[in-house]
Write a protein that binds this ligand. Structure first.
Ligand SMILES: NC(=O)c1ccc[n+]([C@@H]2O[C@H](COP(=O)([O-])OP(=O)(O)OC[C@H]3O[C@@H](n4cnc5c(N)ncnc54)[C@H](O)[C@@H]3O)[C@@H](O)[C@H]2O)c1
Length: 322
């Protein structure tokens, strides 16, 4: 593949920083943008080291919602924009839907405006397969099923997708939306509310007791971050223009099963505590990922066992550095 000039929003976050590392490893030039509201510069340590030697990586601290953001995109002059910056907590979106919309809807419009003005070829958008379909009747759910957002977060992601279409029609700006299921892996914030894999890994390694909200039967589709990053790379060409692809595994795992898998790999007791279920959480979601296979030649390649082992390794290594 020809070397690309890439701009990644949300570059200091969990998925964004993993994507930056992969793009650099493939020899692409990368400008990473993040306002560091949630992401960490330490997530970009590897990328910055590459930058020192090959000068292929640079980081810009900027807010995607601000009027100066288009200048950042213009000076980066990217072929492809990977748009991952977002408010990504469903519960925050319920508490403060205006904040969610400002970042996820207006921020996305600003990214699209900036991309069009800078002559970007393609924008990759990060949607949420775990929330935009609501509680679908049949699982795994395919892209053909209509969206049914149950939260402001899900609504803001659908809205972003609609704007992608508008910019494609108005200006011929190519775009693909990747609707991710529950992503886990190195650099996921174990201190946050989301990211049950990171939370179980760090709690169990520290000798604590994992906490399950509800009775443990809630089912999710856990996909490893390297597999997700691979989907972004595969969607960065012309294939898949104007489409949404579900990115997950199609395999459902209950929270109780997840706890068992992590406890086994960590050598910890499989004895979680149970707390009241949290309001508004879906009971079950898994994604049909066959469209991504046909459309961009992608399929998941990391098993839950392998992914959990790699996440545990990372939590062990990072807790030694704290
Ligand atoms: N983690 C998941 O399971 C999951 C699932 C579906 C979709 N997604 C989507 O993937 C994307 C990345 O999520 P993540 O899990 O890496 O979250 P993250 O919070 O680690 O990354 C988001 C990054 O965006 C940055 N950011 C937030 N507001 C910004 C702004 N106004 N300007 C510039 N940067 C800003 C944050 O500082 C953070 O580094 C998000 O769009 C999220 O909605 C994530």
């Amino acid at each position: 593949m020809l070397a690309l000039r890439c701009l990644v929003t949300g570059a200091a976050g969990f998925i964004g920083s993993n994507l930056v590392d992969r793009l650099l490893a493939e020899g692409h030039d990368v400008v990473g943008v993040d306002d560091l509201s949630h992401g960490k510069l330490s997530n970009l340590e590897e990328a910055r080291r590459v930058g020192e030697s090959g000068a292929r990586f640079s980081f810009v601290k900027a807010d995607i919602t601000e009027s100066g953001f288009p200048d950042v995109v213009a000076s980066a002059n990217p072929d492809v924009v990977f748009h991952l910056a977002a408010q990504m907590d469903v519960r925050v979106s319920v508490r403060d839907p205006m904040k969610d919309a400002r970042l996820n809807v207006l921020g996305t419009i600003n990214v699209l405006e900036a991309s069009r003005a800078a002559g970007v070829r393609k924008v990759l958008f990060t949607s949420s397969g775990g929330s935009i379909y609501g509680e679908p009747e049949h699982l795994p759910v395919s892209e053909r099923v209509g969206v049914d957002p149950h939260s402001p977060y899900a609504a803001s992601k659908v809205c972003g997708e609609i704007y992608l279409g508008t910019y494609r029609h108005l200006y011929g700006l190519q775009s693909t939306s990747l609707a991710l299921s529950n992503v886990y892996g190195p650099r996921q914030d174990p201190h946050g509310e989301a990211g049950v894999v990171a939370i179980f890994c760090s709690t169990l390694l520290a000798g604590g007791q994992g906490k399950i909200f509800g009775d443990g039967t809630a089912v999710r589709d856990y996909v490893f971050v390297d597999d997700v990053v691979d989907a972004f790379v595969r969607a960065s060409g012309d294939a898949g223009n104007g489409r949404r692809f579900n990115i997950g595994t199609g395999v459902g795992t209950s929270v109780r099963e997840l706890h068992t898998a992590i406890a086994r790999a960590a050598g910890a007791p499989d004895e979680p505590a149970f707390a009241d279920a949290r309001l508004g959480e879906l009971q079950a979601i898994t994604l049909d990922v066959s469209s991504a296979r046909h459309g961009i030649g992608w399929e998941p390649f990391t098993t839950l066992e392998q992914g959990v082992a790699r996440t545990l390794d990372w939590v062990r290594r990072s807790s030694q550095h704290e």
